[in-house]
Design a protein around this ligand. Sequence first.
Ligand SMILES: [Ca+2]
Ligand SMILES: [Ca+2]
Ligand SMILES: [Ca+2]
Length: 230
Amino acid sequence: MTERTRRRLRSRLEIECLEQRCVPAGNLSVVLNGGTLVIRGDDLSNGVEVTQGAEAGQFVVTGLNVGGATTVNGQAAVTVAGVTGDVIIDLRGGDDQVVVGDGVAVPRDLRVRTGLGNDTVTLADVTVGEDLTVETGLGNDTVSVADVMVGGDSRVETGGGNDTVQITDSLFSRELRVILGDGDDALSLGDSMVGGDFRVEGGAGVDEFTDLGGNVFGEDVEIRNVEVVG
Ligand SMILES: [Ca+2]
Ligand SMILES: [Ca+2]
Ligand SMILES: [Ca+2]
C-alpha cells in the first residue's frame, strides 16, 4: 500500500465515523425555510407527531417511539414558530409513523411522503389552507384521515404494496384523488364532502372501495380498476 492510498483510506474512514456520530439513529431534521416547515427523516424507522402550538403558525414537532426513540434535531421535541407557508414531511426509508393533528392549521400545502417501508400516516383534526398530498410509496401502508378540512386539491397515493386508506368526517373543497397502485388495496370513505371530482384508481391487484355512507359529491365520481365496490 502506498502512502497516498493509506492516506486516502484513512480520510475515508474518518468521514464515515463523523457521519455516524453526526446522524444518530432515527433523527429528524426540522428547518423553517422561508415560512415553510420542512421535516426530513432518515432511512431508519422514524416517528413524528406534529401538533398546533399556542399561536397561529406555531407547531410542536415531537419524536415518537417506533421500536426506538426518534429524535428531532437531536432532542425529544422542538417548537417552531413563524410557519406561514407549507408543511412538508419527508421520512424516506424505514417503517415510519406520521401523526398530524390536535387542531393543526397549515397555512398553505400539507405534503407528506414516507418512502419505502410499511408506513402509517394519521391526519386527525387538521385544517389545510391549500393542497393536501400524501404519498406513502412502496410497502404495506395505512393512511387514516379524519376530521380534516382542505381548501384546495387533495391527492393520496399509496404506491406498491397492500395499502389501506380510511377517510371519514372530512371536507375536501376541490378534487380528491386516491391512487392505490400495485397490490391489494382497500379504501373506505364516510361522512365526507368532496366539492370537486372524486377519482379513485385502484391499479393492479384486487382492490376494494367501501362507501361508508353520508358522503356528498359535488362533481364527477370516477372509480377505476377497483374490483370490489360496496
Ligand atoms: Ca418509509
Ligand atoms: Ca404502499
Ligand atoms: Ca391496487
